[in-house]
Write a protein that binds this ligand. Structure first.
Ligand code: MN
Length: 248
Protein backbone atom coordinates (compact mmCIF):
# COMPACT_ATOMS: atom_id res chain seq x y z
CA UNK A 1 0.00 0.00 0.00
CA UNK A 2 1.27 3.45 -0.93
CA UNK A 3 0.57 6.04 1.73
CA UNK A 4 1.06 9.74 1.09
CA UNK A 5 1.31 11.86 4.23
CA UNK A 6 0.41 15.55 4.34
CA UNK A 7 -0.69 18.07 6.96
CA UNK A 8 -1.38 21.75 7.47
CA UNK A 9 0.93 22.45 10.42
CA UNK A 10 4.03 22.24 8.27
CA UNK A 11 6.36 19.38 7.50
CA UNK A 12 8.35 19.63 10.76
CA UNK A 13 5.31 19.25 13.02
CA UNK A 14 5.63 16.50 15.65
CA UNK A 15 2.14 15.28 14.74
CA UNK A 16 3.25 14.50 11.19
CA UNK A 17 6.29 12.53 12.38
CA UNK A 18 4.07 10.44 14.66
CA UNK A 19 1.61 9.70 11.86
CA UNK A 20 4.39 8.78 9.41
CA UNK A 21 5.90 6.33 11.91
CA UNK A 22 2.59 4.55 12.48
CA UNK A 23 1.75 4.57 8.76
CA UNK A 24 5.08 2.88 8.04
CA UNK A 25 3.65 -0.32 9.56
CA UNK A 26 0.91 -0.35 6.94
CA UNK A 27 2.80 0.37 3.74
CA UNK A 28 5.27 2.46 1.83
CA UNK A 29 5.27 6.05 3.08
CA UNK A 30 6.09 9.31 1.36
CA UNK A 31 5.69 12.71 2.98
CA UNK A 32 4.71 15.78 0.96
CA UNK A 33 3.77 18.65 3.24
CA UNK A 34 3.81 22.47 3.41
CA UNK A 35 7.15 24.11 4.27
CA UNK A 36 5.40 26.41 6.79
CA UNK A 37 2.16 26.29 8.73
CA UNK A 38 -1.00 26.46 6.60
CA UNK A 39 -3.64 25.95 9.29
CA UNK A 40 -7.16 27.21 8.52
CA UNK A 41 -6.29 27.66 4.84
CA UNK A 42 -9.14 25.34 3.95
CA UNK A 43 -9.11 23.83 0.48
CA UNK A 44 -7.19 26.65 -1.24
CA UNK A 45 -5.02 25.72 -4.20
CA UNK A 46 -2.25 27.80 -5.73
CA UNK A 47 -2.64 28.59 -9.40
CA UNK A 48 -1.10 32.05 -9.73
CA UNK A 49 2.53 31.07 -9.18
CA UNK A 50 4.65 27.95 -9.63
CA UNK A 51 5.23 25.52 -6.77
CA UNK A 52 8.45 23.86 -5.71
CA UNK A 53 8.98 20.37 -4.36
CA UNK A 54 12.16 20.19 -2.29
CA UNK A 55 13.59 17.14 -0.61
CA UNK A 56 14.09 17.46 3.13
CA UNK A 57 15.53 15.36 5.92
CA UNK A 58 12.91 13.89 8.20
CA UNK A 59 14.21 10.89 10.09
CA UNK A 60 14.11 7.79 7.84
CA UNK A 61 11.37 9.10 5.57
CA UNK A 62 11.19 10.06 1.94
CA UNK A 63 10.07 13.63 2.61
CA UNK A 64 9.36 16.66 0.44
CA UNK A 65 8.39 20.19 1.36
CA UNK A 66 6.19 22.41 -0.78
CA UNK A 67 5.74 26.21 -0.75
CA UNK A 68 1.99 25.79 -1.02
CA UNK A 69 -1.21 24.74 0.68
CA UNK A 70 -2.17 21.31 2.04
CA UNK A 71 -4.29 20.63 -1.08
CA UNK A 72 -1.31 21.65 -3.28
CA UNK A 73 0.84 19.10 -1.45
CA UNK A 74 -1.59 16.28 -2.18
CA UNK A 75 -1.98 17.32 -5.83
CA UNK A 76 1.80 17.42 -6.26
CA UNK A 77 2.43 14.29 -4.23
CA UNK A 78 -0.11 12.25 -6.19
CA UNK A 79 1.21 13.56 -9.51
CA UNK A 80 4.81 12.64 -8.71
CA UNK A 81 4.19 9.26 -7.07
CA UNK A 82 2.09 6.80 -9.03
CA UNK A 83 -0.60 4.60 -7.55
CA UNK A 84 -1.06 6.29 -4.20
CA UNK A 85 -3.74 4.34 -2.30
CA UNK A 86 -4.48 6.68 0.54
CA UNK A 87 -3.58 10.13 1.83
CA UNK A 88 -3.26 10.54 5.59
CA UNK A 89 -3.31 14.12 6.84
CA UNK A 90 -2.17 15.18 10.31
CA UNK A 91 -1.94 14.56 13.09
CA UNK A 92 -3.17 18.12 13.41
CA UNK A 93 -2.31 20.24 16.44
CA UNK A 94 -5.90 21.13 17.22
CA UNK A 95 -9.22 19.33 16.88
CA UNK A 96 -11.21 19.52 13.65
CA UNK A 97 -14.74 19.00 14.88
CA UNK A 98 -18.14 20.21 13.75
CA UNK A 99 -18.07 23.31 11.60
CA UNK A 100 -14.30 23.75 11.82
CA UNK A 101 -14.06 21.08 9.14
CA UNK A 102 -14.97 23.86 6.68
CA UNK A 103 -11.77 25.82 7.41
CA UNK A 104 -9.46 22.96 8.13
CA UNK A 105 -6.36 22.57 6.00
CA UNK A 106 -5.85 19.13 7.52
CA UNK A 107 -9.20 17.99 6.23
CA UNK A 108 -8.64 19.74 2.88
CA UNK A 109 -5.62 17.53 2.22
CA UNK A 110 -7.79 14.46 2.76
CA UNK A 111 -10.57 15.99 0.65
CA UNK A 112 -8.11 16.67 -2.17
CA UNK A 113 -7.28 12.95 -2.14
CA UNK A 114 -10.97 12.08 -2.44
CA UNK A 115 -11.36 14.61 -5.28
CA UNK A 116 -8.54 12.84 -7.13
CA UNK A 117 -10.32 9.50 -6.73
CA UNK A 118 -8.00 8.38 -3.93
CA UNK A 119 -8.90 7.87 -0.31
CA UNK A 120 -8.27 10.46 2.39
CA UNK A 121 -8.12 10.29 6.17
CA UNK A 122 -7.71 13.43 8.31
CA UNK A 123 -6.41 12.98 11.87
CA UNK A 124 -6.48 15.67 14.57
CA UNK A 125 -6.16 16.08 18.31
CA UNK A 126 -6.91 19.05 20.59
CA UNK A 127 -4.13 21.22 21.97
CA UNK A 128 -4.61 22.06 25.61
CA UNK A 129 -1.87 23.79 27.63
CA UNK A 130 0.88 21.50 26.43
CA UNK A 131 1.68 19.92 23.14
CA UNK A 132 -0.38 16.73 22.69
CA UNK A 133 1.19 13.53 24.01
CA UNK A 134 1.67 11.94 20.59
CA UNK A 135 3.49 8.94 22.04
CA UNK A 136 0.41 8.03 24.06
CA UNK A 137 -1.75 8.33 20.94
CA UNK A 138 0.33 5.88 18.87
CA UNK A 139 -1.68 2.74 19.82
CA UNK A 140 -4.91 4.59 19.00
CA UNK A 141 -3.64 5.82 15.65
CA UNK A 142 -2.63 2.23 14.88
CA UNK A 143 -6.11 0.95 15.82
CA UNK A 144 -7.81 3.58 13.69
CA UNK A 145 -5.70 2.73 10.64
CA UNK A 146 -6.34 -0.99 11.19
CA UNK A 147 -10.04 -0.23 11.19
CA UNK A 148 -10.24 2.28 8.34
CA UNK A 149 -7.62 1.23 5.78
CA UNK A 150 -9.15 -2.18 4.86
CA UNK A 151 -12.59 -0.59 4.27
CA UNK A 152 -12.24 0.63 0.70
CA UNK A 153 -15.72 2.16 0.65
CA UNK A 154 -14.56 4.73 3.20
CA UNK A 155 -13.21 7.35 0.82
CA UNK A 156 -13.06 10.27 3.27
CA UNK A 157 -12.87 9.99 7.04
CA UNK A 158 -12.40 12.68 9.68
CA UNK A 159 -10.70 11.32 12.81
CA UNK A 160 -10.32 13.21 16.10
CA UNK A 161 -8.45 11.87 19.12
CA UNK A 162 -9.23 13.11 22.64
CA UNK A 163 -6.15 13.56 24.85
CA UNK A 164 -6.69 10.22 26.63
CA UNK A 165 -8.88 8.01 24.45
CA UNK A 166 -10.90 5.18 25.96
CA UNK A 167 -12.63 3.76 22.87
CA UNK A 168 -13.44 4.41 19.23
CA UNK A 169 -16.82 5.64 17.99
CA UNK A 170 -18.40 6.24 14.57
CA UNK A 171 -20.01 9.67 14.61
CA UNK A 172 -21.85 12.32 12.62
CA UNK A 173 -20.57 15.83 12.06
CA UNK A 174 -21.92 18.34 14.57
CA UNK A 175 -23.45 21.25 12.65
CA UNK A 176 -25.62 22.90 15.26
CA UNK A 177 -23.19 25.57 16.43
CA UNK A 178 -20.55 27.77 14.93
CA UNK A 179 -17.43 28.48 16.92
CA UNK A 180 -15.94 31.43 15.06
CA UNK A 181 -16.37 34.82 16.74
CA UNK A 182 -14.99 38.20 15.70
CA UNK A 183 -13.44 40.13 18.59
CA UNK A 184 -12.48 43.77 17.96
CA UNK A 185 -9.35 45.26 19.55
CA UNK A 186 -6.96 48.18 19.09
CA UNK A 187 -3.46 48.25 17.67
CA UNK A 188 -0.69 50.43 19.29
CA UNK A 189 -1.76 53.38 17.12
CA UNK A 190 -5.34 53.20 18.30
CA UNK A 191 -6.71 51.72 15.11
CA UNK A 192 -9.38 49.05 15.36
CA UNK A 193 -8.44 45.57 14.28
CA UNK A 194 -10.17 42.24 14.57
CA UNK A 195 -9.37 38.77 15.78
CA UNK A 196 -11.33 35.81 14.52
CA UNK A 197 -11.37 33.47 17.48
CA UNK A 198 -12.60 30.03 18.37
CA UNK A 199 -14.84 30.14 21.42
CA UNK A 200 -16.17 27.37 23.67
CA UNK A 201 -19.66 26.28 22.72
CA UNK A 202 -22.64 24.79 24.49
CA UNK A 203 -23.07 21.03 24.79
CA UNK A 204 -23.02 19.15 21.49
CA UNK A 205 -25.65 16.71 20.25
CA UNK A 206 -25.31 13.04 21.12
CA UNK A 207 -23.72 10.92 18.45
CA UNK A 208 -21.71 13.76 16.94
CA UNK A 209 -17.97 14.22 16.61
CA UNK A 210 -17.80 16.95 19.28
CA UNK A 211 -19.86 14.87 21.67
CA UNK A 212 -17.66 11.80 21.20
CA UNK A 213 -14.39 13.63 21.84
CA UNK A 214 -15.87 15.27 24.95
CA UNK A 215 -16.71 11.77 26.21
CA UNK A 216 -13.13 10.63 25.64
CA UNK A 217 -13.85 8.63 22.50
CA UNK A 218 -11.89 8.68 19.30
CA UNK A 219 -14.35 10.11 16.76
CA UNK A 220 -14.49 8.70 13.24
CA UNK A 221 -16.80 10.55 10.85
CA UNK A 222 -17.20 9.32 7.28
CA UNK A 223 -17.68 12.37 5.05
CA UNK A 224 -18.70 12.87 1.43
CA UNK A 225 -17.87 15.40 -1.25
CA UNK A 226 -21.44 15.84 -2.49
CA UNK A 227 -22.80 18.85 -0.60
CA UNK A 228 -26.20 18.80 -2.28
CA UNK A 229 -28.99 19.39 0.22
CA UNK A 230 -31.36 16.63 -0.94
CA UNK A 231 -34.23 17.84 1.24
CA UNK A 232 -33.97 21.41 -0.03
CA UNK A 233 -33.66 20.17 -3.61
CA UNK A 234 -36.81 18.03 -3.31
CA UNK A 235 -38.66 20.94 -1.70
CA UNK A 236 -37.53 23.42 -4.37
CA UNK A 237 -38.52 21.05 -7.17
CA UNK A 238 -41.94 20.42 -5.63
CA UNK A 239 -42.58 24.19 -5.38
CA UNK A 240 -41.36 25.02 -8.85
CA UNK A 241 -40.90 22.09 -11.19
CA UNK A 242 -38.14 22.66 -13.74
CA UNK A 243 -39.33 24.48 -16.85
CA UNK A 244 -40.27 22.34 -19.84
CA UNK A 245 -37.94 22.66 -22.77
CA UNK A 246 -39.16 24.07 -26.08
CA UNK A 247 -39.51 20.61 -27.63
CA UNK A 248 -41.83 19.22 -24.91
MN1 MN B 1 -3.14 22.82 11.75
Amino acid sequence: MRILIANDDGIYSPGLATLAKVAGQFGEVRIVAPDVEQSSMGHAITHSRPLSLRRTKLEEFDAWRVNGTPADCVALGASQWENVDVVLSGINLGANLGNSTWHSGTLAAAKQAALLGLRGVALSTPVTEDQPDFKALVPWVTRVLELVLPQKELSLVNVNFPPEPRAIRWTRQSVRHYDGQVVPGQDPRGRTHYWITVVPLGPPEEGTDRWAVEQGWVSLTPLRLDLTDEKALAHAVSKAPPDRTADD
